[in-house]
Ligand binder design. Structure first.
Ligand code: GAP
Length: 621
């Protein structure tokens, strides 16, 4: 039965985000705009640090990945080739009464959040979903009228209850909580079948229909069908269509990757959970191009197998797609650990064959256990931060087909190795290729076995003919992460409350945002003990100026030191540096030393100004 899902922790986090300038509702003074968010001063710094951390770990610290910064609006044919025009759609229902749109897969979570479902749940036996008709009638004529005026039970209580009773007499009861609400939304089961109620008003929802998620615009002075363009729904496609330019201009060799960070737009039907599902968001995507397994086998005799769990270690020349996929999953987990999300806060979803697109060989989603993440089978697995997909050669091949431009590469080593391969081995590889493609054709594309085999043979002819010449379309492993979701995960993970009781027994609860120093919006706060002592102020400003070129420093001279520490705790500043009279030499042996206070345990230590910068750099980088 639907449980009340008041999310107190999430409410506190949202309120802190506004109060401290992490995240604001977009266009708030005009009433806001659903699904769009702005990052305030602290949020902008946090997000920038995450962006930089990703760019650093993916690009700067590696030899084999280069960057791209492509336009948001691209040729509309790109979205035809990628499949987004035809298939990037969510099934959506409309309420016939209040006209609200509901994404089919969001129906149940939305239902669970409603006051009317929660108040009905309280009237129903938890496991059997049985009810007392008197209670239902009373609810329909009272609370139901306010909360779900268009529910069949509310509009026609006697009719609905009488068929419920008839069903009960036949021994038919709602199988589960979901079905219970279908019963209450239906008056004439024989005539209409079960009606699905609108979570907002209880009215009848239409059958779900596909709704394309791309946001449209027009380019040029007149808006016609000829100049429709789309705000990109993902950054990945730009990488595929610029693959050849990057390859030809950058002295890279397969295997290598192209990474990009940028805005993406999706006209989400139900943006929800704060910034988690937004209509405008930022992605951090890597397309890592590898040789097809057949080329690896020709070169190295066999394709390496790696354990399906754990990091497979440094990349090896004989790795095929499976090893690379496993490698990127583990690399991405290491990234999250490095910025303060321990493995225990993450979850994993390994997509099952029926969830995978026809071209995808494997996808692992990395999840974070958000406060709003639901429990399933007694366990909170989390919600998606990033997906790591092995996409075969689908993307480049599609763009080859639609643009008419070759996007394959020539690899002399592969040509030479293939020429030396015994014919029997070549034949065996061809048969394996045909068998795998035939299976996909039958299972995923729903072709007849004969058609699937025929298509597979044609594909094999083209593929092996090219491979013999050292030509192939690279396959791709795609780690695709959401920057806004990651920012939210770090905010949720950092949030903690500390309650202190003073000598008089008075308790005060304060918030400490325990960001990892690497991503904290402010790295260090510089606090002169008193603001009306020019010598202290001058020294504090000198310390601030010393560190400013290297990190984000905050200077604060207002209020008691305790208040200033508390303000920095809420902002998540890992270190506060206090300049006091000892710094000025009141105790001569402490001249030019400062107190560094640690955010998480309040510990203090004394350092010289001379060693401060390196001490901090070792911790915040
Ligand atoms: N190129 C593959 C791709 O775009 P996706 O799973 O649709 O895959 C990748 O998106 C990541 O982008 C997600 O894991 C998520 O972090 C982020 N993302 C997707 N839709 C989002 C939305 N509406 N709001 C915020 N982030 C979103």
């Amino acid at each position: 039965m639907a449980e009340p899902k008041e999310n107190v922790l999430m409410e506190k986090i949202v309120s802190l985000c506004k109060r401290r300038g992490f995240i604001f509702q977009s266009s708030e003074i005009y009433g806001g705009i659903n699904g769009f968010w702005d990052y305030g001063p602290l949020g902008a710094e946090l997000k920038r640090n995450l962006r930089d951390a990703w760019w650093h770990s993916m690009m700067r610290e590696r030899e084999d990945v280069v960057g791209l910064d492509a336009s948001i609006i691209m040729h509309p044919m790109i979205w035809k080739a990628s499949g987004h025009v035809d298939t990037f759609a969510d099934p959506m229902s409309t309420c016939k009464h209040c006209k609200k749109l509901i994404r089919a897969d969001q129906w149940w979570p939305l239902m669970c959040e409603q006051q009317w479902t929660q108040s009905l749940a309280a009237l129903t036996e938890p496991v059997t979903n049985r009810f007392n008709t008197g209670d239902l009638l009373k609810w329909a004529k009272g609370r139901g009228k306010q909360l779900a005026p268009n529910l069949a039970l509310v509009r026609n209580p006697e009719v609905t209850i009488s068929w419920l009773v008839q069903e009960a007499e036949k021994g038919k009861h709602p199988a589960d909580a979901r079905e219970f609400y279908l019963y209450l939304a239906t008056e004439q089961l024989g005539a209409t079948g079960f009606i699905t109620p609108c979570p907002h008003c209880g009215g009848e929802l239409t059958e779900p229909r596909p709704f394309n998620l791309m946001l449209q615009t027009h380019y040029g002075p007149v808006a016609t069908d000829e100049n429709i363009a789309y705000l990109r729904p993902e950054t990945a496609q730009a990488i595929f269509v610029q693959f050849k330019n990057v390859f030809d201009s950058s002295r890279v060799k397969v295997p290598f990757g192209i990474g990009q960070i940028g805005k993406a737009f999706r006209n989400e039907i139900t943006p929800r959970n704060f910034t988690f599902r937004s209509r405008e968001f930022e992605q951090m995507e890597l397309e890592f191009f590898i040789r097809p397994d057949e080329a690896v086998e020709a070169l190295h005799g066999s394709v390496a197998t790696v354990p399906s769990q754990g990091h497979p270690g440094e990349p090896q020349p004989n790795w095929g797609w499976q090893a690379w996929h496993q490698y990127w999953v583990e690399e991405r987990v290491r990234f999250y650990e490095n910025i303060g999300l321990p493995r225990a806060t993450l979850g994993f979803h390994i997509q099952q064959p029926n969830e995978l697109a026809h071209y995808a060989r494997a996808t692992v989603d990395i999840l974070y256990k958000f406060p709003f993440s639901k429990e399933e089978d007694g366990e909170v697995k989390g919600d998606e931060l990033e997906g790591i997909a092995a996409r075969g050669d689908f993307d480049l091949s599609q763009h080859e087909k639609f643009s008419g431009k070759p996007l394959g590469v020539f690899d002399e080593e592969v040509r030479a190795a293939w020429a030396k391969l015994p014919d029997a081995r070549k034949q065996a590889m061809r048969e394996e290729f045909i068998e795998a493609k035939t299976r996909t054709g039958i299972d995923k594309k729903k072709l007849t076995p004969a058609d699937a085999a025929e298509a597979a043979r044609k594909e094999a002819d083209a593929f092996f003919e090219k491979l013999a010449k050292g030509q192939f379309v690279p396959h791709v492993i795609e780690p695709s992460a959401g920057l806004d979701r990651l920012t939210l995960a770090l905010i949720c993970n950092a949030y903690s409350e500390v309650t202190k009781t003073d000598d008089k027994g008075k308790s005060e609860t304060t918030v400490v945002m325990k960001f990892h120093p690497r991503v904290a919006p402010i790295k260090v706060a510089v606090l002169p003990l008193l603001k009306n002592k020019p010598d202290l102020v001058k020294k504090a400003q000198a310390v601030r100026d010393l560190m400013r070129p290297w990190m984000n420093v905050f200077y604060d001279d207002g209020g008691s030191i305790g208040r200033r520490y508390a303000r920095q705790d809420e902002a998540g500043t890992p270190f506060c540096v206090t300049i006091d009279f000892d710094t000025l030499g009141e105790k001569p042996d402490l001249l030019d030393t400062v107190t560094v206070r640690h955010r998480d345990d309040g510990r203090q230590e004394r350092l010289t100004i001379g060693e401060l910068l390196n001490w901090l750099l070792a911790r915040v980088r």
